[in-house]
Design a protein around this ligand. Structure first.
Ligand code: SF4
Length: 250
């Protein structure tokens, strides 16, 4: 794995799709005002992707900014809560992997939305990058389901072991097979999710499954969730209900 140190990293140009402030639309941060940093390039191509414009690192629409320049833009917006998203922020062997860590090392509270196919930071990697400092970092870890077309890309054990209180996982479901797949994963890793108090979010593929149907399925499973001390919740993409679902930068 390519390891970076903060001093070497500072002057590297990174592909930035957009930086803007809005409410967080999903997960446990939903409804809070955050600054989004959307980084370019993704190693997956999910069937339902709603940020296709972020797939390519080399897109001429991307801004190429150093981490310091990104920090300056973020700091100017005045919000301490940052959502690093993409694309995929944690792709291996790419300098952009270290941007969330860099922003967190500046004292920002950073939540990383990752597609689950790349390893989250190890303690060793954090220490190598920014010394003994353990910054405020949280993960929203996607568990890709069959309808994404990339469920075989998800890495489980490696990532789940590193999750901590305040982290969350997300299942985006479009049909019954996705639900069954999600419940199998939850059953397999329930002890980890329960002991680490990981929040489990269920979301629907927009316009593919009715949220009401998903609520009924979650209600049917409630006894199991309670018995296993699992925190399971519905998480709809708020921004798609507030604004035109096609709108960017909101
Ligand atoms: S991982 Fe996210 S950005 Fe990448 S293709 Fe899937 S939905 Fe789109």
């Amino acid at each position: 794995m390519l390891m970076h140190r903060i001093d070497e990293f500072k002057n590297t140009k990174l592909p930035v799709v957009e930086i803007f402030q809005s409410i967080s639309g999903e997960g446990i941060s939903a409804g809070y005002i955050v600054t989004f940093v959307r980084i370019g390039g993704c190693n997956l191509r999910c069937s339902y992707c709603d940020t296709v414009y972020s797939h390519e690192e080399a897109s001429c629409a991307n801004l190429w900014l150093t981490p310091e320049e990104i920090y300056e833009r973020v700091a100017a917006l005045g919000c301490r809560d940052i959502l690093c998203t993409g694309g995929e922020p944690l792709e291996l062997n790419k300098a952009k992997r270290y941007l969330p860590l860099f922003l967190a090392s500046k004292g920002l509270r950073v939540r990383i939305e990752t597609n689950g196919s790349c390893p989250v930071y190890s303690d060793e990697e954090i220490r190598a990058f920014c010394g003994a400092l353990f910054p405020e970092l949280y993960y929203v870890l996607d568990v890709k389901c069959p309808s994404s077309g990339f469920h075989k890309s998800t890495i489980f054990e490696e990532n789940y072991v590193s999750l901590r209180k305040g982290d969350e996982i997300k299942f985006v479901v479009g049909h019954k097979d996705d639900i069954e797949y999600s419940f199998d994963i939850i059953d397999r890793y329930k002890d980890i999710f329960s002991s680490k108090k990981v929040v489990i979010n269920f979301s629907t593929v927009f316009n593919k499954m009715e949220p009401a149907e998903l609520v009924e399925i979650l209600k049917e499973k409630q006894r199991y969730f309670t018995q296993n001390n699992l925190k399971v919740r519905l998480s709809l993409q708020l921004h798609k209900f507030i604004w035109n679902p096609e709108l960017r930068g909101v």
